[in-house]
Write a protein that binds this ligand. Structure first.
Ligand code: BDP
Length: 725
């Protein structure tokens, strides 16, 4: 073998090094752009004037208090300033200086106490105040609150002002969350699969816990605290009793330790039959004294490991889960058993109202029918968690009639952030308009203006709750679709303050996540604001619902009629026949409309005046039914499906022009996802119209593209390993 010359070896060595450097450079330049940092990106401003304007207002910073929470606030601020302005904070211990930032509660900071700020009485324990003050001739900005957690929230809010390039010279922000418990619900299994999760596996690495603490847990807590989320249910509502064993509780305790400084409490889903499965009892009857004693003991054990444990979430007698009805007891009997066990520790019992059985003629009505008779029978530390709509997180649902109808029971909201029925991991859908539509809906239950949001805020109860089923997984960017991060963000912002506008939330998210470029923000915000209506148009227009594939729920299957229970089949929901389409929920049908206050049912009672968004939710109308546009129902359906497809195509074109404004990695990711979304929208349109055409016997107007494939083709599609199932 010929020996390589010294020069060749040197050359190869240099080549190797440069290849290595190239890869290091690539990974450094892209690591900041893979979406991991969420809306906490803290990238240095390009605008030098803005940097110096901020620097001149932040000559020094003092922060008082020495709790772990204050320490986190301090770290975050230093990290953000370093990133955004490229400079280190000059920390000051005492005294006042012109153009400084002063942070503390009146009890930790004498100067702030001396200001005697009246607004502190207006905010609750989590609220904060950010205001510009002149203290003894020095112009300062202060961040104050009644608690250290309020300070942390205030600091995150101050950082948001910087990220969104706000003027901080004259501030007067008084902010307090309207909802007390602002929670994420993770439907995460102990084997790390995530029910209805589309962003990889669970971020909880149970096997390595409690000894290995993934940095993700800290970043998860930072992200949640930054938007005010203060609770996390870490395991699936389809519970596994193993989470309640000592081995797993120690793992949960390790997570709780990470979250505590960020004000986030841990909750657990309690499997009703756990006393039998892990406790060796013969029954889980909630009135059995041994069962009650078992839960008391278990709760005591949990609090010994996690002193600030938030409470239990229970899915009972729903979709095969065990519950009190297995023993001829009521939901209230079940909930109150837990309530008694947790009362000494001031924890919360969250009892889900998502119940349905095949006995019911109309699944829409069942939760109301089961829970209204129990109103007033739940103990005061129990809150009933109700899904936003009466069925199950469909792209559009009218609000659940339970809101406002339960007068003597606290009722919380459950939204689904994960996009089970909204295109899953690949469709761009900004959910804030969907959340807001429900929150703003008037129930009329306590007179005009009793919006769902006000009912959830529930002033007469000491507990109020908004929960969102999480869309988080271990994908590098947490949520698969970069824009799905906006849904996590928007959920938190609305749980804090449901009066925030969807426009504001979208804008601030875009600015923090991508860029402050005005044109980019405008275009992207427009896409986001329209995206939900667009999805409704190409999936379930005019009040259609639940036409997704069996099981995994990806894609259209309006013909579905093979599952054992009628209410699991799409044909149960749309009821298409040769006469027409839609579910008659008037007095001629199931009369579900009667569950609403008269003022509401009046709006939806008549198929000629009913808001067309909800038409087929409440009426079975003929294919020739005259719509407000002058179209027949069939023509309107064709129009809606087509406008849905056209809108997505338009977003695809608009996004293609944004290359210069977004980092290449996320730009390309969104571009590819939009392409999938276009294809999926066409698939939805063609599959649904071809299928409904078998009943309407009408042709698709010639002005629209005609399907290029047959109905049989669409029926033959299978997705055996679709995620989240
Ligand atoms: C349905 C989901 C199912 C959940 C259920 C629930 O398909 O996976 O377990 O909701 O909320 O939407 O309990």
């Amino acid at each position: 073998m010929q020996m390589a010359s010294e020069a060749t070896i040197k050359f190869m060595y240099i080549k190797k090094i440069s290849v290595l450097l190239f890869f290091i450079a690539i990974s450094l330049s892209t690591s900041a752009n893979n979406g991991y940092d969420l809306w906490l990106k803290y990238e240095k401003f390009k605008d030098i004037k803005l940097i110096s304007a901020y620097q001149s207002k932040l000559k020094s910073v003092s922060i008082s208090g020495n709790s772990a929470t204050i320490q986190k606030a301090k770290e975050e601020l230093a990290f953000a300033i370093k990133g955004l302005l490229g400079s280190n904070i000059k920390w000051k211990n005492e005294g006042i200086e012109n153009n400084s930032l002063l942070i503390g509660t009146p009890s930790s900071n004498k100067i702030i106490a001396g200001l005697d700020i009246k607004e502190l009485a207006q905010i609750n324990t989590d609220g904060f105040i950010i205001s510009s003050q002149n203290i003894k001739g020095a112009n300062c900005t202060i961040i104050t609150a009644n608690t250290d957690l309020g300070i942390l929230y205030g600091v995150f809010n101050f950082i948001r002002l910087l990220q969104t390039a706000q003027n901080i010279a004259s501030l007067n922000i008084v902010s307090s969350p309207k909802i007390k418990f602002r929670m994420l619900n993770h439907w995460d299994n102990l084997n790390r699969t995530v029910e209805r999760g589309y962003a990889g596996f669970s971020i909880w690495d149970w096997h390595k816990l409690p000894d290995y603490i993934d940095k993700r847990y800290v970043d998860y807590a930072r992200a949640n605290a930054s938007i005010g989320i203060n609770g996390t249910l870490v395991n699936n509502v389809n519970g596994n009793a193993t989470i309640l064993t000592k081995q797993f509780l120690e793992k949960v305790a390790a997570l709780a330790n990470v979250f505590r400084p960020y004000g986030i409490k841990v909750y657990l889903s309690a499997r009703f039959s756990a006393p039998m499965e892990i406790g060796g009892l013969k029954t889980a009857d909630p009135l059995d004294s041994n069962v009650r004693a078992w839960w008391k003991q278990k709760t005591k054990e949990i609090y010994s490991l996690i002193p600030d444990f938030g409470g239990f979430v229970i899915k009972a007698n729903s979709e095969g889960q065990p519950g009190p009805q297995d023993y001829q007891r009521t939901h209230a009997d079940g909930a109150n058993m837990f309530s008694e066990a947790i009362a000494p520790y001031h924890g919360l019992i969250i009892w889900r109202a998502f119940v349905y059985s095949q006995q019911s003629k109309d699944r829409f009505k069942q939760a109301y029918e089961e829970f209204i008779p129990l109103d007033g029978k739940f103990n005061s530390n129990v809150i009933v968690q109700v899904k936003n709509g009466p069925i199950d997180f469909q792209p559009r649902e009218p609000f659940s009639p339970l809101f406002g109808a339960m007068k003597k029971t606290a009722v919380g909201m459950e939204f689904q952030i994960t996009q089970e029925y909204l295109g899953q991991g690949t469709h761009l859908v900004y959910e804030a308009p969907m959340f807001k539509e429900v929150l703003d809906a008037d129930t009329y239950q306590n007179g005009k203006g009793s919006t769902v949001a006000k009912i959830v805020e529930g002033n007469q109860f000491s507990i109020s709750l908004m929960a969102g089923v999480s869309n988080i997984g271990n994908d590098i960017n947490w949520t698969s679709h970069p824009f799905a991060q906006a849904n996590w963000y928007a959920f938190g912002r609305l749980a804090w303050d449901y009066s925030l506008s969807i426009e504001t939330i979208a804008k601030e998210w875009i600015e923090q996540t991508f860029s402050n470029d005005k044109e980019f923000v405008r275009t992207t915000q427009n896409i986001m604001l329209q995206s939900h209506e667009t999805l409704v148009n190409y999936m379930t227009p005019l009040g259609l619902a639940h036409m997704m594939y069996n099981g995994h729920h990806y894609g259209p299957m309006p013909w579905g009629n093979t599952l054992g229970r009628p209410d699991w089949n799409p044909i149960y929901y749309h009821k298409a026949d040769t006469n027409g389409i839609g579910f008659d929920r008037t007095i001629n049908g199931t009369n579900a409309l009667a569950q609403y206050n008269d003022a509401v049912s009046k709006m939806w009672l008549d198929s000629n005046t009913c808001d067309e968004k909800y038409l087929l939710w409440f009426h079975h109308v003929s294919w020739q039914h005259k719509m407000k546009s002058g179209n027949t129902l069939w023509e309107e359906l064709c129009y809606k499906y087509n406008i849905g497809v056209d809108s997505i195509k338009k977003y695809e074109q608009q996004w293609a022009l944004q290359e210069k404004n977004v980092n290449p990695e996320q730009f390309n990711q969104v571009k590819q996802f939009l392409h999938i979304q276009v294809k999926d929208a066409e698939w939805w349109r063609d599959a649904c119209l071809l299928y409904f055409q078998t009943f309407s016997k009408l042709s698709i107007p010639a002005k629209y593209p005609q399907p290029t494939k047959t109905l049989e083709y669409y029926k033959s599609l299978r997705f055996p390993f679709a995620p989240g199932n």
